[in-house]
Design a protein around this ligand. Structure first.
Ligand code: ATP
Length: 235
């Protein structure tokens, strides 16, 4: 299985603080890879570095090519899409308009079929297409954020804490949606604090601690790893 994304020895700093200190992560084509870690471990920094919105040292290789010097828009156009932590929807715009904005890098008209596909995947969004995004429930907002990212037709989807603030039953729905994305051919890099649930749907996992990879391996093995069980999986 070839790697779609390879993060190599990434160093990212905020002024004098180094948030990532030589992080390497491999995301094989067609897999779900989860990154787990405590608050402040550097998970969001990793996502933003892959998107190219934070300057960093090291290399991000996508589809065999280095993304050095490639802008955020260039990365989106190449098929990388981010669902940011806290979703960042346009609260006072409708569901439909939020989705349409997700297609901004695509040719006019090319996105109509994608909109139908997103509505087929999320019938709830179709029902609520005229509703203002800010009035959706937390789970619906997360569906909208994922739907908006899908409008860019990603090959690689970066999901930053999709279960944040959601009730356990809704978390399960969202993770099932993520699993469905893999089935339709999307490769996923998933950041989660909800370690057990995210490892359960992942192929591989990485544990970040203060900007470094502490453990990594097949998700199944990590879920049984005693070190991880004690600190992240609730004993
Ligand atoms: P969380 O789960 O709380 O979102 P995280 O693992 O995503 O945490 P990051 O947000 O990547 O962690 O933060 C990593 C480190 O970098 C933290 O120590 C944080 O305080 C620091 N940091 C993040 N953003 C900035 C910033 N804009 N300026 C300075 N320091 C920052």
């Amino acid at each position: 299985m070839s790697a779609l994304l390879e993060v190599r020895e990434l160093h990212t700093r905020y002024g004098r603080v180094e948030a990532l200190s030589g992080v390497s992560v491999t995301v094989p084509q067609g897999h779900i890879v989860s990154v787990i870690g405590a608050n402040g471990a550097g998970k969001t920094t990793l996502m933003n570095s892959v998107m190219g919105v934070l300057p960093s040292q090291g290399d991000v290789v996508y589809g065999g090519e280095s993304l050095r010097g490639v802008s955020l828009e260039g990365r989106v156009a190449r098929g990388i899409s981010l669902v940011p932590e806290r979703r960042e929807l346009f609260a006072s715009m409708s569901v439909a308009d939020n989705l349409t904005l997700g297609a901004y890098t695509r040719r006019r008209g090319a996105w109509r079929a994608d909109l139908d596909e997103v509505y087929a995947r999320f019938p709830r969004l179709l029902e609520r297409r005229a509703q203002l995004a800010g009035t959706l429930s937390g789970g619906e907002q997360q569906m909208l954020a994922i739907g908006r990212a899908l409008m860019a037709r990603p090959r690689l989807l970066l999901l930053d804490e999709p279960s944040l603030g959601l009730a356990p039953l809704i978390v399960r729905d969202i993770l099932q949606i993520v699993r469905g994305l893999r089935e339709s051919g999307v490769t996923v890099l998933l950041v989660e604090q909800n370690a057990r649930a995210s490892l359960a749907i992942s192929d591989e996992g990485y544990v970040l601690e203060t900007g470094q990879v502490k453990l990594s391996g097949p998700a199944r093995d990590l879920a049984r790893n005693p070190e991880l069980t004690a600190s992240y999986l609730g004993g």
